[in-house]
Design a protein around this ligand. Sequence first.
Ligand code: GCB
Length: 607
Amino acid sequence: MLGAATLQAQTLLINNIHERAGLDLNGTWQYIVDPYETGFYDYRFKERSETDPEAFWTSGIPQNKTDRMEHGYSDQYVLEVPGDWNHQKPEFTYYEGTLWYKKSFDFHVKPAHNYYLYFGAVNYRADVYLNGKKLGMHVGGFTPFNFEVPAVYIKPKDNLLVVKVDNKRGADEVPTLNTDWWNYGGITREVKLVEVPQTFIRDFSLHLKKSKAGEAPEKKPWVSGWVKLGGHAKREKVTVSISALKIQKELVVTGDSAAFNFQLPKVQLWSPENPKLYAVTVKTNTDEVHDKIGFRTVEAFGKQVLLNGKPIFMRGISIHGEIPGDIRRAYSQADAALLLGQAHELGCNMVRLAHYPHDESMTRMADSLGLLVWSEIPVYWTINFGSKAVLAKAKQQLHEMIDRDHNRASIIIWSVGNETPVSEVRTKFMHSLINEARSLDDTRMISAALEVNYAALKDTNVVDDPLGQYVDLVAFNEYLGWYGGLPDQCRKTNWKTLYDKPLFISETGGGALGGFHADSLTRYSEEYQEWYFKEQVAMFHRMPDNFIGLSPWVLNDFRSPKRNNPTYQEGWNRKGLISNLGQKKKAFYVLQHYYQEKAAAKPAHKK
Ligand code: GCB
């Protein structure tokens, strides 16, 4: 029996959750608001144990009518899951603290099956209880996790699933106290009770083998990958098949995992122009999982980025995981279709999913639309770089991001952070993350948005951040003409990096209130932002030959508590090319025009 205070280790992540049997636990949940965490700590602020008479916070109902009861779940207080709490009740707009969520369900367990409770994401800390027993705890607001549920915990009727969700910011968390986005709280992504056989396919990976540096994949390319079993892993025969390619390969998995390599016949490679996905099935005697997988290679080679051996220019845009029209977190297929549809209309072949892993529907849809993806963990600005515990939290989020999405062809860049101020301790921290990312996945580029040394040379800004030596792609954020000075500075500014690597502008932008028109010297007018982008585009034409793309800041206006100009911002970061009301601002068309030109231009030659 688990004590309430025992934190069970999180179980290894199960992939391809959507097609698994089990019970969808989305929908209406009851809640209790608990800013003082009275249900968690007793009046001496000690964590409650299961035997505590007040432990019924976690089991939903008091044991008998003599119990004193100073809380209660009720249909008067309900929230929809998935979904942040902030947009669902006006009193939660600014709330940062604890809410207890409760859902009742009936479920019949099957003999010889295992059960897991899966959460797409909970911001920020989740303590999960089933029928009063603690299943585990997870921190990190944007990545999936699952806990094993012993079958004996599950009753045929009236199970009580309780999740304590806490979105308080913390100095030793990832992200830390300070961000330029809204700290939406709640069970923001889907919840599912997953049913699998006793030995099951927990995860598999399938990708093209790296080709020789600088070269396209062979005509009949090789794939490599692995299969990992979960549950009572033992000796299992596994079949990997791709029926459209007449591939059927058998391997024997002993223990938990086995790796494989095999040659494909001629395949259509995945690319933005032809986002071809192949249906893949992985099967054992008792289990079967499916996915749709694209085959491509990507690498930084000299000054260029090669996709399937050919140089590409990334026409990108940065995106927050938010639907501004509803002022909420994005979580669904429809949300992904809206955001990625906007990026498509802008003429993008690439999106930077800032500043945290987005909902899985985004990366899956990017696979099918042919949008290249930069995916990032929320190591943002001023994390506590000196702390080992913080590094462990960042690494955990890195693992969870890669675990979920390693089969997505669209993802070509794992980013380990954004604008982390240069210091020895930060570089050590970030280097460690880069090494970790590379050890988990050597088939993609690793990057981070770096800061710029503006004072380096007269008229030339230099990206000399020491992290540049470890990343594959030197990416930097610049706001020339917004933070300090006017956009005409771009006319005389040059850029270079100390590193002989491809150079990418991961952010550039200026604010404008949609519908506010004035002359181009008036800040926050659409005309100012339009001018900003015109000057920037003229500067892009003068960039050095290792300039291989950009992801300006940002697709839509987004909510930020830092942005309190009472006339133009009112809680919104206004750097969107599209306003919070969905109107395209003038600058949208400047970037769209540049991207049309770029798309029509002859591809650069490999050097
Ligand atoms: C940045 C940050 C981004 C901010 C943006 C801004 O450099 O990376 O998160 O929102 O600037 O608007 O200032």
